[in-house]
Write a protein that binds this ligand. Structure first.
Ligand SMILES: C[S@@+](CC[C@H](N)C(=O)[O-])C[C@H]1O[C@@H](n2cnc3c(N)ncnc32)[C@H](O)[C@@H]1O
Length: 324
């Protein structure tokens, strides 16, 4: 899923202020900081306006796609949920807000919490062409969530690609604090790496112990069956614009964003039979599926003979919900 037209237009407008070469150099530095684990030093790494702009050019489309996928899954599991308030924590330029309003356009009031003033400044500029008043009137708060902060309960609370930037010793209290401020659902999204999933798995266990229900992606609130040498993650393919290709120095017309996520809730989600946890393998006469189910991780083969099931299985993708 690509960012909506109003957001893309505003992004292009903002990026026009920086020469492509400069953007490419900043994007490459950001990318290197991520790869080298420098951000795990927890020093702010996006500080200047130009660095924040590079984030918008180089990461926003991908984190938007991940957030849109995760929230769409939540909507599928909680079709009756009609949230009115959203709290986006570690909001950056407001990426998750844009995804959430596409999934729930009925959102009326949005609060965004962010430590870096330059991110907030860009986020405010990006709402210029938003069609929804909730986005244009969103309330931005400059807050370091590692310190003392407060916010009222919101129906939906989201922390997207934030946990891995926090000091490890602060994560537990941060998560519990977000849960206290959650009226209905709380979503965490992290990079789809072993380290990202390990954080997600830890939060899942921690909040289930607090009495939360699991809504997505897991089909159950039992012990997570993913083995230690594996990690549960999903993937979204997004096309790269010419500028994106220039900035990233790549020739591919697309990229795949890998991410892990979890949604904990005060309302139980609808029952499902499983979720597809790898690309389905479509062979000549059969389809192989790897599913996470309440009974654990199972491999299922659907043969062409089973006409109806085969037809349904052909429509499945990595991350699809299975109802049979
Ligand atoms: C990788 S960006 C993610 C931005 C956005 N949520 C997204 O999905 O694109 C992480 C954001 O968290 C913010 N952040 C990191 N530590 C923070 C803290 N202690 N308090 C508030 N914001 C923080 C950073 O400034 C940055 O904007």
């Amino acid at each position: 899923m690509e960012p909506p037209f109003g957001l893309s237009t505003a992004i292009e407008e903002q990026l026009a202020f920086l020469p492509v070469k400069k953007l490419a150099a900043l994007a490459s530095k950001l990318s290197e900081d991520y790869r080298s684990g420098k951000i795990l030093g927890r020093e702010p790494y996006i500080c200047t306006y130009e660095e924040a702009l590079a984030y918008v050019a180089f990461r926003l489309p991908a984190t938007f796609a991940a957030a849109y996928f995760a929230l769409s899954q939540v909507k599928e599991r909680l079709p009756a949920l009609s949230p009115k308030t959203l709290l986006d924590v570690g909001a950056g330029p407001g990426t998750a807000m844009w995804a959430a309003t596409m999934v729930w356009p009925e959102l009326e009031h949005i609060t965004l919490i962010e430590r870096e003033q330059n991110m907030i400044d860009i986020g405010k500029k990006l709402v210029k062409y938003a069609s929804l008043p909730s986005i244009r009137q969103a309330e931005w708060m400059k807050v370091d969530v590692v310190g003392e902060w407060n916010a009222p309960q919101h129906d939906v609370v989201i922390a997207s690609y934030v946990l891995n930037e926090l000091p490890p010793q602060s994560i537990e209290s941060f998560v519990l604090r977000l849960w206290e401020r959650t009226g209905s659902i709380l979503i965490f999204i992290e990079p789809g790496t072993p380290a990202g999933f390990s954080l997600i798995r830890h939060i899942r266990e921690r909040l289930l112990a607090q009495g939360a229900s699991i809504v997505a992606p897991c089909p159950h609130g039992n012990f997570c069956p993913v083995p230690e040498n594996d990690w549960c993650h999903f993937s979204q393919r997004l096309s790269r614009t010419r500028l994106h290709r220039q900035i990233k120095g790549g020739t591919l017309s697309y990229e795949d964003e890998k991410f892990s996520f979890v949604c904990l809730s005060r309302i139980p989600g609808s029952d499902i039979k499983g979720i597809v946890v790898r690309h389905p393998q479509i062979r000549k006469g059969h389809i192989d599926l790897k599913l996470c189910t309440p009974q654990g991780i199972v491999n299922v083969t659907i043969t062409r003979k089973d006409k109806e099931r085969f037809k349904e299985a052909r429509k499945l993708d990595w991350g699809s919900i299975v109802y049979w």
